[in-house]
Each structure stands twice: as structure tokens, then as C-alpha cells.
Design a protein around this ligand. Sequence first.
Ligand code: 0RA
Length: 659
Amino acid sequence: MADENIENSAPLGAEGMPAYSEGSIKVLEGLEAVRKRPAMYIGDVGDRGLHHLIYEVVDNSIDEALAGYCDIITVTLHNDGSCSVQDNGRGIPTGMHPVKKISTLEVVMCTLHAGGKFDKNSYKVSGGLHGVGVSCVNALATNMTATIKRDGTVYEQKYSRGVPQSNVQEVGTATDTGTQIRFWPDDTIFNTVEFHFERVADRLRELAFLNPTIAIKLVDERASTEETFFFPGGLTQFVTYVDEGKPQVVEPITIHGVGDGSDETEVVVDLCFAYNSSYAETVLSYVNNINTVEGGTHVSGFRSALTRTLNTYATQNKLLKSDKISLTGEDFREGLTAIISVKVAEPQFEGQTKTKLGNGDVDGIVRSIVNEHLALYLDTNPSIGKKIIEKAVLAAEARIAARKSRELVRRKNALEFSSLPGKLADCSSRDPEECEVYLVEGDSAGGSAKQGRDRRFQAILPLKGKILNVQKARLSKILENDEIRAIFTALGTGFGEQFNASKCRYGKIILMADADVDGSHIRTLILTLFFNYMRDLIEDGKVYIAQPPLYKVKKGKTERYAYNEKQLEEVLAQYGGDEEDPERGRKNVTLSRFKGLGEMNPEQLWETTMNPDTRTLLKVSIENAAAATRLFETLMGDQVEPRRDFIERNAQYVKNLDV
Ligand code: 0RA
């Protein structure tokens, strides 16, 4: 049971306050380190980090469930701004810790890196990306309460910013068992402390799909709503959920297997894939419930097995009518939706964002499980096998035709194709780190941007009207689109199979469109392109949205800009006037509303939207890939009904709709 990482904790003094020993000072130093550099432990102190607190606590309950002792987890967003996570597991042990000589509960709650490790037999399979444990959440909470039901007793201990406020107390009797952790996030640490229902729901839903034996309930006291996520069908239901709205061509095929990993540990493999009538590929992969955004050995194992098994099946069953057609991996990806979930004892995470599985043995394990199970499945379901091959043959024909026409164009126009697009006003620097490119809606705004920019490091690419909706088009069609080709060519990344994010010529790609409905449609079209075909650029944090101002307030010779209604109020207040007499002092104040970027002259555009010293940029990020996949289908797909639903549900949040 001894664990090198557990520092001694403090015995409590007579008044119930900690009596500081050398050990307790080390604990406080640990918690202080978390409070001093919270981003190092939870990623950031924005919305993402704030919500990470909840996931960190939930992960502990998931572990208890995966150990087989718990099947219901309830997450509650309380009216007072706190969040509680309750489970019906065994309850965190409250008795004296054999080494630390204080309550094990206190060791878990207050010692850095103690989470889960105190029980050698339960190896932690879940765990957030940072896997920092509940003590970090405790350190970043103004208050926290742990309530444990065990051995017929209710135990409780309270903490403030990670420091216990008393010994573990016995506060009642219990007939069942479980753990409840409630915490109030520290508003001196986080930029905002408001939890978002949808954001939490997206993650809990994902966890419920990945762990089909667990029911996860989310209660929002603030809005009197609740939702329960329980999916006994697991990944099969997950695929159906992700693909909702897209007609299914091949029903979900589900595979489960266990392999022998290195170090005599088990590698558990669960995956499910299906084909829909769209042309895009969606592969979501997870290791120990963590979304491996950059893929890794589990994904490569799946891909090679899929291509090999399907090719073998096609040849053996003489499903390829012509010798001229040979099917490649790309052909089996059109319309593919796959979810791959593996559980690995000692995952090695690699890659730029540490979300790529590196364990070499997993590739072969996944490959042989898929080879074996898929071959068997195809033999027993020949009609489905035939459908998949027919679909891949269509993709191959389109691929070959597109390549021929590209080669034709290339030969005819070799120079134009390889050089930068004519309408790109490039910057003079060649250092991608400092270079940025603005993708600008419309030629007139593009003109202002070209004049207003700092040409040393800012490039401008004006885009004509609306680009093609890539959600509904096949890759070959997409590559025929001039605006899209201009984007790929300007960025220098190549496209399709050759796409390579590391070749991007700019460190920042900034979408600049009007702050109205048309502008947001264009933004969404471009983001759909990036999400589907240049996702790595988003993952690398290179895609931004410019924030042009909505108002100009002028008094005498001074001009101020406001980017939202709140700022407008502030500016107006600064120019005089108060609540009792809001007209007072506002003499000679002129307020103008910008209808679009085109209304700003080059100097104004530079000052408000492009000057790195004064502008605000929104960084585009993907918090939850499954939710984002569905969102893009909702916004850009074929079906009108879900889009209308989404707009109606979200219309209440739209403050400044300019139609
Ligand atoms: C290890 C051992 C035991 C309980 C837990 C972990 C546990 C931890 C958490 C965290 C949140 N909920 C939890 N539920 C249980 C108890 C071992 C025993 O009873 O013998």
C-alpha cells in the first residue's frame, strides 16, 4: 500500500484546525503549486479548464463503476454555482490510512497524485487527459464537501481551497453506500465559474456511450432540467447517434475482443463502424475514455485491417468486375463512421497535444481482432459485404476520374496550378511562425484589408461570396471549386490524401466576415471545410475568427469602438450620463452601427480588427469531436428539420441578429 508519491498529511489540532507539521507543509506546498500554476494541471483557466474539474471528479466514479461496484452516477449543477457528483459505489474508505495515519479520505482529497493509487488492485482505466486527480479540483475550489456512505454511517469532511476544515465527521446513518463530492469553483482562479449544461451533457453522453453499463444522470437545478444518459447498446448506439440525419447505407458492425498486451496486461478492444450516404469520413477514437484526437496505433490497426479484409473479401468473392479497379484505403473511407475504444493499462500518449496513442503492441492486437471478426461477419452476412464493396467501387471510380481530370488541368495549366492564387496578397515574411493570413468575405472588404494590413506579416485572401458546402460534396467535386482550391493553395498544405498541416505557410489563419447572418453563414461554410478536411489546423490552434466592432461612438474628435452591447453601454457611460439621467453628458455623441466590414476604411479596419495590439481574436477549438461532428451535420447537412430545431433551441442566446 505504500506509495512514494503520498506526502504526510497533517494531524488535526485541538480546535479542529490543522496543526502544521513538516508533512502538512509539503501538502500545502503541493496545493499551492496547483493554485499558482493551475493551467499546468488542468490545461487552462477558461471554460475548458472549469469544466475539466467536473470530468476529473466524474472519472473517479467511472473507475469505481469499471471496477464493478457502481452503476449510477448523478451530476448536479446547483443553484449556488456548485457542482456535485454522486455515485453508488463502495464509498471512499474513511478509516485510518495504514501509512499516513490519518483518514484515507483526507489523503485522497488533499494529496497531489493520490487519486486511485492507494488501492493497488484497481488500476485506473479512465482519467482525464491530465489525470490529475480530485485533490487538484479541491485546491481550485473555494469550498468542497465529501460525503461518504459506508458501513451504515454517513461521513463528511469539508475543505476550503484544498485545506481540510476539520476531521472526518460522522453525520448520520446510511442503509446504502456511495460517494458524493460537491465543489464550488474558485472565481479568483477561473475567468468564469458558470457551468454550461450542453457542454457537460456532451461529455457525459460520450462517457455513457463508451461505458454501456453505467447510467449517468445530469441535473441542472438552475433550469429545472435533467437528462439521463444510459446506452446498453454502447458503441453501436454511439455510431447511430453520430450519424443521425445521414441515411445509413450499411448498418453498424460491432466488434469486441481482448488481446495480450506487453507486460502481461490485457488490451480490451471495442469498435463499431457503419457506412452512410455522405462522402466524409468520421473516425472517433478513445483510449481509456480519453478522445485520442491525433489517433495512434489503435486507429492504424483498424484502418489496415479494414482495407485488407475487405479487399480479400472482394477478390475471393469475385466482386470486382474489372481488373482495372483496385480498391485503396481511401475508397473504404467514403461515408465511413467508426468509433474505436481501447482500454490499455499503461497508455503512452504522444504527438503535439499528447492525444496520439503510441503503444506499438496495440496496432497488431486491433488488427488481428478486426481481421478475424470482420472476415467472419462478412462470410455470414454476404449481402452486407456486397453493399460495402459496391460502395467502395463507386468511390474508386470517382477517384480515378477526378485524378484524370486533375492531370488534364495540371498539364494544361501547370504554372497556374502550382503557383499561389492570383488574388492572394501575400506578406513579405517567409517565417510561418509570424505570418498570418486573413480569409476575407467579399472583394470590397478584401480591398480595405489589403490597404490596412501590415504587409510584412499579414496576407489577405479575399473570397468571393459563399464557398461550396463540403458537407454535401465528394472530395473530387470539392477540389474543383475555385475558392476552396485558392484556400488550399494559399496555405500550402496540399489537399485530400496529400494534406499536410505542418506545411502551412501561416501561423494564424483568420476568418474575417461580417457580424451578420450572411457573415456567420460564410464562417460556418469555411469552418465546415476546415473541420472536415483540415482538422489538424484547428487542433494545432491555428484557426481564428476576427472580431470586428459592432458600433462606433464618436464624441468631438475622439472615437471609440464597441464589440458587443455591454461594451457599448460602458463606452456611453464613460462619455457621461448615468442611470438617473442617461441623456446627461451625451451631447455631441454620435453612435453608428457598422453594417459590415466594407463600411470601415482601411485605417479603421486595422485599428479595430487587424492590429495585433488592439484586436480580439477568437481561437477555434474542438472540445468534443462527437458533438462537433453532429453539429456540422445539423448545420450543413441535408435535413431541414434538425437544423430548424437547433436554431429554435439556440435562438434565445442570439442577442444581435442582423437580418
Ligand atoms: C478504492 C477503494 C475503495 C473505494 C474507492 C477506491 C472509491 C473511490 C471513489 C472515488 C469516487 N467514488 C469512489 N468510490 C470508491 C474501497 C475499497 C473497499 O471498500 O474495500
